[in-house]
Design a protein around this ligand. Structure first.
Ligand SMILES: [Zn+2]
Ligand SMILES: [Zn+2]
Length: 138
């Protein structure tokens, strides 16, 4: 597990470098939509129904994997997180994963908040509007 922890840490550091806030949250503290989408992502992957990166991570050989709320059905390894990126500033990049609101942007006091939730070996990225933040900004 030390190796898995190291690789999660490396992947999370890369995300943090792109401006993602990364935070550990208590499972029970997460809103229902977030818990359900994480469980769905993990279940699809475990059952072999998710598309994966070329390295084909599987639960049979556990390693840290990455998914994004805006790309359901895709699981990638720590080397392939670029595959989850959206064009910066695009409509999809500004769409709240919880409610579907398209954020106008920071200039209009309506930024999209990029967040990362670590759930076991699954590192899950979300983009949400202010009203849908799963936890208070600190
Ligand atoms: Zn990969
Ligand atoms: Zn929202």
């Amino acid at each position: 597990m030390a190796d898995a922890a190291r690789r999660i840490s490396a992947g999370v550091s890369r995300l943090a470098a792109t401006g993602h806030e990364v935070r550990q949250v208590a499972y029970k503290a997460a809103p229902e939509w977030l818990t359900l989408s994480i469980v769905a992502a993990f279940t699809e992957w475990a059952e072999g129904e998710a598309a994966t990166c070329q390295h084909r991570p599987t639960v049979a050989q556990p390693e840290p994997v990455f998914a994004a709320a805006w790309m359901p059905g895709l699981i990638v390894c720590a080397q392939c997180t670029d595959r989850l990126a959206l064009p910066a500033g695009s409509v999809r990049d500004r769409t709240c994963d919880a409610c579907g609101h398209i954020c106008a942007g920071p200039a209009h006091a309506d930024p999209i908040w990029a967040k990362t939730v670590v759930a076991g070996l699954l590192v899950y990225q979300i983009g949400v509007c202010r009203d849908c933040l799963p936890w208070r900004a600190s």
